[in-house]
Design a protein around this ligand. Structure first.
Ligand SMILES: NC(=O)C1=CN([C@@H]2O[C@H](COP(=O)(O)OP(=O)(O)OC[C@H]3O[C@@H](n4cnc5c(N)ncnc54)[C@H](O)[C@@H]3O)[C@@H](O)[C@H]2O)C=CC1
Ligand SMILES: O=C(CO)COP(=O)(O)O
Length: 343
């Protein structure tokens, strides 16, 4: 019979985190520092061993000591045993296959939480939609977490806020209680669509910012792209049922600022390489971590087109990725229309 990795004291919340990259490991620390007993699934046995024996994840979080409340294993059945909450932090394009591998092991009634910020390319679905399709069950037991959450800063315990969204406020509150500690504060809302799209869309604007940064353009260009980018994000998300206020909250504007400003952002970094003249193929070769924006451009533009939503900045990112637009030409094309228009 499968046993938990270590038996937590009676009454202590047991949670599982799937994915031991930079965000999964950091979120495991957030939860452990919030008082949970955390089982972390690492696909690679050598990484699980490093986390268990050295309390380090040196590839993804150099210099960070992980708390004792985290145990790591490459064995899904050990990690899932008795979990009351299951957090998912794998690359978005791999979520469906991972859910298929784990679904029989998820304890009945567990809340399933997406920490991811991508869309599935083939279906254009959000991560919470993929979770519901693969696991079935009660949509009120699904939640998503988003916000200005650069992993390494949080792993260094720099004060940060996030938002937990679920159709059920009670579920969001339960997750927010688990994901709160002296350096991390979780707010709640019930706008799952807006909270997820905020995380997906800001990645695309961060790629655009990286591109103009790589070209050498300055703060006016970047502020123009961030401001007009937020308009694009809001038009798109609201057309899909999001609340406009979500886009001015932590999962929208908050994350947009963090990702566009930080060299820690992989989306920003990928954009900078494109702006410096590297081809898409070369950028993919250089990135050793997940830059979700590169996979989300196409599905976002397809969804936008289906609803007649103009996304000039995201369209230009797609053209730079395809090699059909010189990165230097991105700025004059901030709008697609030469006639004056309202802001
Ligand atoms: N790193 C960050 O600051 C933040 C990341 N996120 C989101 O979290 C999600 C995960 O990103 P990161 O942890 O940053 O990525 P990462 O690139 O640091 O780690 C991804 C992890 O997934 C594993 N992996 C790769 N392919 C896999 C597969 N087929 N099956 C299972 N595992 C696989 C990798 O080995 C690695 O451990 C993304 O959607 C990202 O947008 C959200 C907030 C902050
Ligand atoms: O989502 C993030 C910060 O909130 C991380 O951004 P990157 O995926 O671009 O590193």
């Amino acid at each position: 019979m499968t046993q938990p990795l270590q038996l937590p004291p009676p009454g202590m919340r047991r949670v599982a985190v799937l994915g031991a990259g930079s965000w999964g490991t950091t979120f495991a620390k957030v939860l452990a520092d919030g008082g949970s007993s955390v089982a972390l699934w690492a696909r690679r046995p050598e990484l699980a061993r490093e986390i268990r024996e050295s309390r380090r994840n040196s590839d993804y979080l150099p210099g960070i000591n992980l708390p004792r409340g985290i145990v790591a294993s490459p064995r899904l059945e050990e990690v899932m045993f008795g979990a009351e909450q299951v957090y998912l932090s794998v690359p978005s394009q791999t979520l469906r296959e991972n859910l298929r591998a784990v679904r029989e092991l998820i304890p009945d009634g567990a809340i399933v939480v997406s920490l991811m910020k991508g869309l599935e390319m083939q279906t254009r679905h959000r991560m919470s939609e993929v979770i519901l399709q693969e696991l079935g069950g009660d949509p009120d037991r699904i939640a998503v977490v988003s916000g200005p959450n650069l992993a390494l800063e949080i792993a260094k315990e720099q004060p940060t806020a996030a938002v937990v969204a679920s159709r059920s406020l009670e579920t969001a509150e339960e997750i927010a209680r688990a994901a709160t500690n002296p350096y991390f504060r979780s707010f709640v809302n019930t706008d799952v669509t807006g909270t997820e799209f905020g995380g997906v869309l800001k990645n695309l604007i961060a790629v655009a910012i990286g591109i103009v940064d790589g070209v050498g353009y300055g703060e006016n260009t970047k502020a123009s792209i961030i401001t007009r980018g937020l308009v694009e994000m809001t038009d798109f998300a609201v057309a899909h049922g999001a609340l406009p206020e979500t886009m001015t909250g932590l999962a929208g504007l908050g994350d947009l600022i963090a990702t566009c400003e930080s060299p820690l952002s992989r989306n920003n970094t990928a954009g900078r390489l494109l702006g410096q003249g590297y081809a898409f193929r070369e950028v993919i070769q250089q990135m050793n971590q997940t830059a979700e924006g590169l996979s989300s451009v196409a599905p976002v533009l397809e969804l936008a087109e289906a609803r007649g939503i103009g996304m000039p900045i995201v369209s230009q990112v797609a053209q730079v990725l395809a090699g059909t637009l010189n990165p230097r030409d991105i700025a004059p094309h901030l709008t697609t229309d030469d006639t004056p228009q309202g802001e």
